[in-house]
Design a binder for this molecule. Structure first.
Ligand SMILES: [Zn+2]
Length: 273
């Protein structure tokens, strides 16, 4: 079970690029809770410990105060709504310079077209809101015992050209290392992409996705349901890489967040750089 929740109704503070797991106590007659942040809507899930929602603050959201709208529906038809402030704190992301094969920076017209189609395909997946939720258990690191992955949000320069911030955590591992699903979910993409190489995308429901990129081998298919910890592929160095590693990413309601911020207890795993 997800533990150590931030209780709604207290002041919420969260850094850029972090997931936020929030809770609300069980209350007689309470039937559903909807929440809206950054124009994205999701619902709370009821558990024995109370109601839980997972929200995300994109890595590029400006620091400052934002409004969260919460609406409560009761079994007798009563509706209540309230707003709450969320304080987004700025985080200093270092700049990393990387050298990759020139074709990954100056794209050929064919690769340019391919990358554009693939990016639309991926965005279409993120824009689907699966109303189910499969994250009743805690999220886990996909390579047990991995100790690095500190480079989420780094500003990146490839072969001297600035590119988008790093949207995941890179875990060092040798080619062939087994990769375990961070949590249960549906496989929504599993194929070779131009930048991502062999990649697996898992839909955990209610707008929460995790991604596993640059694999040497994919061991699942689109439509498969995987359990938390199930092996989904092997580490490799396909796509735009400088060597073998696992790029582990997370999206929450279309916000790019550090996947480590999904791990319990929230905050303790947040890196301080
Ligand atoms: Zn990466």
């Amino acid at each position: 079970m997800i533990t150590s929740l931030t209780l709604f109704l207290t002041t919420l503070t969260v850094a850029q690029g972090q997931a936020l797991q929030v809770g609300y106590p069980n209350e007689p007659g309470l039937q559903s809770i909807m929440v809206e942040l950054f124009e994205q809507r999701t619902s709370f899930v009821q558990t024995d410990q109370g109601w839980i929602a997972i929200l995300g603050v994109d890595v590029d959201v400006q620091a400052g105060s934002y409004t969260v709208d919460i609406s409560f529906t009761y079994s007798d038809g009563r509706q209540q709504s309230r707003t709450q402030t969320i304080e987004v704190l700025s985080k200093n992301f270092p700049t990393t310079e990387l050298t990759v094969a020139p074709g990954y920076v100056q794209l050929s017209p064919e690769n340019q077209a391919r990358a554009m189609v693939e990016s639309q395909e991926i965005n279409a997946v993120y824009n689907e809101l699966n109303p189910a939720s499969y994250w009743g258990e805690s999220f886990q690191v996909p390579i047990p015992g991995a100790i690095d992955g500190q480079n989420f949000g780094h500003r990146r320069i490839f072969n001297g050209e600035p590119r988008a911030p790093h949207s995941g955590a890179d875990l060092s591992a040798t080619t062939g290392t087994e990769i375990h699903a961070s949590n249960a979910g549906n496989i929504v993409l599993a194929k070779d992409f131009f930048f991502n190489g062999n990649a697996v995308f898992i839909d955990h429901g209610l707008g929460v996705y995790t991604m596993y990129l640059h694999l040497s081998k994919i061991l699942v298919r689109v439509g498969d349901f995987v359990e938390r910890g199930q092996i989904i592929g092997l580490v490799g160095e396909t796509g735009r890489v400088t060597g073998p590693h696992l790029h582990w990413g997370a999206r929450i309601l279309n916000a790019r967040v550090d996947p480590f911020s999904l791990l319990p207890p929230v905050g303790d795993n947040a890196k301080s750089d």
